[in-house]
Design a protein around this ligand. Structure first.
Ligand SMILES: C[S@@+](CC[C@H](N)C(=O)[O-])C[C@H]1O[C@@H](n2cnc3c(N)ncnc32)[C@H](O)[C@@H]1O
Ligand code: SF4
Length: 458
């Protein structure tokens, strides 16, 4: 369905706002959380027998993509950096295992970064073995890794497949040369096409491409060509991210001239055009900014209402708890968020002292848990079932969110959602403004310092 967005809606909603990869968002966590709180959370966790998720953050990249907002350090690709890092990573794993014991079942293992394939194959194997020795990777575990095409080839893909990696995610971003040069991320269509063929040959179950809209020099016409080329290669999944432009916080983004960025109006048109092209070519739109081939598990999971979201993105494997290893890695254990220090140097210092490098976090209150459930349901299913809400929290939705009624009615008037006695459901147009809709349920919004800056929602 083709969606038309009015200028009024754009003017009202093109504001800075969270992406809600978590609620409460990471900026609302405090530095009062440290190793002690994490140990308390891990102690409670000891009693549970349910599977958990693991995240490994590999913080290295060979060269900086100017758009990048990920936590990474730029290093030449020398094995010594990886070796040093692995020593500390193993200390961190050992400290956690001392608390929770060996052989907890893991149903989701994800490597992110930075660039996990910055590491040499032997280093990847060493880390994988350490995980497999300390955790019980379930037979149907989703084992995924983010890869940069520029440090990948056929044999490395075969190696990952052999280790058991069944989902690979590759940053493609945009195929246009002018855009690629402006963001210092040059990779040709031919290279990506060849690697895609290699993935298929090795029988990788699911391949994801990351694309970004809103980059410098992108136009409706140029991105149409990128999407055409992507459709030719048919990745199973596509993440189509809105460019998060925060030059105050991301020094390399200062190399991007704001004058070269497409306007909000053009950005929306670029997104909607890509969406229409993907829907016309066998993809389903999944939640906020993802697409999946109809045959892919993610499309089926979204259709059946069983899709979840965590820091690693949308996921099919829900676990109550997840543990993060590596600088900036986030964990969520027993309703407590913890985040490691972002700086590699501080990460090393802490682990040399045999201390977990936890720096920030939050113990969630009852109100946080209720709003977390609502925001997750909106982000993943685009609907709230009021009876389900009542059975979860033993309170009526309308009563609990009496103060939010003005926001709900306003959104309804603008055609962003439908609100009745049983459900609150986001409309097709509303899906584009999902971050703004969620902001109405965010209890921290008013309390945040004006210094805290998010990227624009549109
Ligand atoms: C850790 S990187 C992917 C792995 C690998 N390093 C690569 O670049 O191929 C994760 C993804 O985040 C997305 N990303 C990074 N910075 C972003 C930003 N400022 N705005 C939107 N998306 C961004 C990119 O699409 C990128 O592929
Ligand atoms: S997009 Fe990937 S390769 Fe580029 S700087 Fe970010 S993490 Fe590194």
């Amino acid at each position: 369905m083709t969606i038309a967005i009015t200028k009024d809606l754009l003017n009202k909603y093109d504001v800075a706002g969270p992406r809600y990869t978590s609620y409460p968002t990471a900026v609302d966590w405090t530095n009062t959380i440290n190793q002690k709180n994490y140990f308390t959370a891990l102690n409670n966790f000891k009693t549970k027998n349910k599977p958990l998720s693991l995240y490994l953050h590999i913080p290295f990249c060979e060269s900086p993509c100017y758009f990048c907002a990920c936590n990474r350090v730029i290093r030449t690709r020398k094995a010594k950096y990886g070796d040093e890092f692995i020593t500390n990573l193993f200390k961190e794993i050992d400290l956690v295992i001392n608390k929770i014991g060996k052989n907890k079942t893991v149903s989701l293992l994800h490597w992110g970064g930075g660039t996990p394939n910055f590491l040499e194959d032997y280093q990847i194997a060493k880390i994988h073995t350490k995980i497999a020795e300390n955790f019980n990777l379930s037979n149907d575990a989703e084992i995924s890794i983010e890869v940069d095409s520029r440090t990948l080839d056929n044999s490395r893909i075969g190696f990952l497949k052999q280790l058991g990696y069944n989902r690979l995610s590759m940053g493609v971003q945009d195929f246009d040369k002018q855009v690629q040069l402006a963001v210092n991320r040059v990779q040709s269509y031919e290279e990506i096409a060849l690697l895609t063929q290699d993935f298929r040959e090795h029988g990788i179950k699911s391949l994801n491409y990351d694309l970004i809209y809103g980059l410098p020099y992108q136009s409706i016409k140029s991105f149409k060509q990128t999407v055409k080329e992507v459709i030719k290669l048919r990745p199973d999944r596509i993440a189509l991210y809105n460019f998060a432009y925060l030059p105050k916080h991301q020094p390399f983004q200062k190399k991007i001239n704001p004058k070269d960025l497409p306007s909000a109006d053009i950005r929306v048109k670029i997104f909607l055009q890509a969406r229409d092209m993907l829907l016309d070519n066998g993809y389903d739109a999944i939640a906020m900014d993802h697409f999946a081939l109809k045959s892919d598990e993610m499309a089926k999971s979204f259709a059946s209402g069983s899709l979840y979201r965590n820091f690693m993105g949308y996921t099919l494997r829900y676990t109550d708890d997840f543990i993060g290893f590596g600088p900036s890695a986030i964990g969520y254990v027993g309703n407590t968020f913890v985040q490691n220090t972002k700086l590699l140097k501080n990460y090393q210092i802490k682990l040399n002292l045999n201390t977990l490098p936890v720096e920030r976090g939050l113990v969630l209150s009852d109100d946080d848990l209720i709003r977390q459930w609502v925001i997750n349901a909106l982000m993943c299913q685009f609907t709230i079932n009021k009876a389900e809400f009542k059975s979860m929290f033993n309170v009526e939705f309308n009563f609990y969110f009496a103060r939010e009624q003005t926001h709900i009615v306003e959104c309804q008037k603008q055609g962003l959602l439908d609100f009745n006695d049983n459900t609150m459901t986001i409309s097709e147009i509303g899906k584009l403004f999902i971050r703004n809709i969620c902001m109405g349920f965010d209890a921290y919004l008013q309390k945040r310092s004006p210094e805290v800056k998010f990227s624009n929602t549109i």
